[in-house]
Write a protein that binds this ligand. Sequence first.
Ligand SMILES: Cc1ncc(C[n+]2csc(CCOP(=O)(O)OP(=O)(O)O)c2C)c(N)n1
Ligand SMILES: [Mg+2]
Length: 545
Amino acid sequence: MTTHKVPTVWAATYDLLRALKLTTIFGNPGSTEQPFLKNFPDDFQYILGLQEASVVAMADGFSQATRHPTLVNLHTSAGTGNGMGNIMTAFLNKTPLIITAGQQTREMILCEPMLTNRDETTLPRPYVKWAYQPARAQDVPGAIMRAYALALQPPSGPVYISIPLDDWDQPALGPAVVRTVSARFAPDGERLREFAERISASKRLALVYGQEIDRSGGWDEGVALAEKLNAPVFHAPNTERPSFPETHPLFQGMLPIAMEPLSDRLRGFDLAVVIGAPIFRYYPYIPGPVLPQGCQLLQVTNDPSDAASALVGDSLLGDAKLTLEALLELVEDGSSRTPPKPLDLQRKLPELANSPLTASEVYAALSELRPENAIVVQETPSNLGDLATWWPTVRPASYYTFASGGLGWNAPAAAGIALAQKFSGGGQPVVAVIGDGSFQYSIQCLATAAQHKLKVIYVVPCNGEYAVLKEFALLENTPNVPGLDLPVLDIASTAKGFGCAAVQARSREEIQAAFSHALNADGPTVIAAPIKRELRPLVPPDSAA
Ligand SMILES: Cc1ncc(C[n+]2csc(CCOP(=O)(O)OP(=O)(O)O)c2C)c(N)n1
Ligand SMILES: [Mg+2]
């Protein structure tokens, strides 16, 4: 008697995941996911997050740091809902996450028992590139293959598949079809030459570098192009991945985050070339033109939607690194241009230390012990500029933040990045600077960091308030807003409860001692640093200087 050997949907799917190198799964399980997770294979790793906001952002950080799509498994509608803020962020970050969620048994969905994910493809929209529930169990592996292909291709981003729990034991059609797709594309040659000519002809040229450069691995090409053109480089406003060394003499800082000051900053330039960013990612509304009089704009992006939504200028679709390489060949040498005056970082500290310290004093203390290979992750809204002053980004893939502003992404993302370091043996320590308010949104990530002994140091500047919202209240003239103070938090105790080493550090000496100790620790450390309350203008008046 011959036995008929058809794999189950479960077996065919795990083989597909193996083939696609999706063997690290970030999740939080429920009964609708257990049929997928049963007999979990030894060559896979399940990274448990205790709340889905952490699960999604840890996977996002891991995916960015490994430069590979990553699998997430959420618990039906409730888990998807908890993860939704960070799914939105992953969409704006353009991180290829393949998010799966369990669904009730097909037999019962009609009567909507508990755990039914009702209208399952509606919930994650519009912040996924595709949301799907296979029409039949046999389509599960094919749907995951399609999801992978879509997530990876530019612009990459999250996709969502809902999978009924009874699908896993069904017979598959056979082994899954494994396909490959391209993760990048080169620009159109003719249009590229036109761009190169316009760039070469510019007398007063500004380069604006965005996140797609660092994501594409094009950091060195970006530096080479700026040097060949001898042109100033700005970071695109609110960029989440700095893509140019901030200590380079051509670096001119980040463009302001609002219309009027941004256009003022570009005054005098005849051409702005934006590579790898939308036009523009503004934040507060300060009305003004997009560009000053006499300034034209060229944009390079791999995202047709960002090309279409640009308010002004001409766009070219293409991968940032490939386009930079090609432009480098085509543009004329810019030695006749006058280089800009190097930025003055304004590193000034008071002779007598403040008590409590200012955010600047905390970052100054840390910067003296900065390991050259450290990776920074930042979610500290009111003093991120101070951090950049004292801890400028000088290497590729060494600074991460979110594209969205949705709090609760960076603390878990830092854990995901540290996990990627651990798996790759990279040994780069992760320093996550997270405001005391921001730290609360996905605090459960600390348990995952402790469980896996991740080399991540959380530095939490504690001002006991939502300072940036107070700054916003001044800008928008909205006095007496309630709920902007945080009177009761004990961050070090909370962190200890999640299994992390934690200290409160008040002085420069205490901070440096805690940081040195943490750098040598076998696991995560949380350093809570009380800081002085300071309110500064949200958009500095001199940002147009
Ligand atoms: C999910 C989410 N909820 C609320 C907000 C609004 N928000 C923006 S900044 C901020 C306060 C951040 O406080 P903290 O981390 O302490 O930083 P500080 O401003 O004090 O430097 C809040 C609540 C948000 N951006 N995201
Ligand atoms: Mg705060």
